[in-house]
Design a protein around this ligand. Structure first.
Ligand code: TMP
Length: 228
């Protein structure tokens, strides 16, 4: 099957802060446009007007403490809006979806980072995401030092999570890396390379989607519910 004749694909970029997800998502989007593949680009939390408002609430710096459970509830509220009003309609209309972060970020930040109960996370995942898992999750793997440099260059410390320690971010990144290495339908790309080299590696994994047989594509739907 060729890439252009594939059913619409849901592709997620994951990676630690400063991994280059937004840049690579943009480069893949340009490539898909060149190929004439209709698609949308989006992000989490966010992607719809209401979900973007929830993002602002979730990330705003404030004096009162914010519980990990509160973060989880906000994230899943935004995700439900995003799935119902943007992601699923796009796929149904035949558009691919490229999304900056998704469910694995939630496990990493809220369960591993904030200590939210896993059972609570999985209940929410089953109820909100169900079997609408990505066809491909691209994990951009960057060394801690690269991530620290990129964050320092880019971030202005303007959101609540930017203020976390490097230890927190290392733990998050290790969790995301573990998912990418161990779960099916994941690709790990060395994000320490030049933007162009990373983009080429990402595209090679995307092209590989076209080599999946119909039965691979069917079985993906079965196994994906197990992620993360
Ligand atoms: P970013 O889009 O610039 O990466 O910012 C999103 C921030 O939100 C980032 O700090 C990670 C955080 N976040 C969570 O804590 N949980 C989630 O489930 C998602 C999607 C993001």
């Amino acid at each position: 099957m060729s890439l252009t004749s594939l059913p619409p694909q849901f592709i997620v970029f994951e990676g630690g802060d400063g991994a280059g997800k937004s840049t690579q998502l943009k480069l893949l989007s340009e490539k898909l446009t060149e190929l004439g593949i209709d698609h949308i680009t989006t992000r989490e939390p966010g992607g719809t007007p209401m979900a973007e408002e929830i993002r602002d609430v979730m990330l705003k710096k404030r004096d009162e403490p914010v519980a990990g459970n509160t973060e989880l509830l906000l994230i899943f509220a935004a995700r439900q809006q995003h799935l119902d009003n943007r992601i699923l309609p796009a796929l149904a209309e035949g558009r691919w979806v490229l999304c900056d972060r998704f469910i694995e970020t939630t496990y990493a930040y809220q369960c591993v980072g904030r200590g939210v109960n896993e059972g609570f996370f999985f209940d929410m995942m089953v109820n909100v995401v169900g079997d609408h898992s990505p066809h491909l999750t691209v994990y951009l793997d960057v060394d801690d030092e690269v991530s620290v440099q990129r964050r320092a260059a880019r971030k202005d410390g303007s959101d609540r999570i930017d203020d976390e320690t490097q230890e927190f971010f290392t733990k998050i990144n290790d969790t995301l890396r573990g998912f990418a290495l161990n779960l099916p339908h994941h690709a790990t790309v060395d994000g320490n390379q030049t933007e162009e080299a990373v983009a080429n590696d990402v595209f090679a994994f995307v092209e590989d989607l076209a080599n999946k047989t119909d039965s691979d594509l069917d079985s993906m739907a079965d196994t994906q519910t197990a992620s993360p």
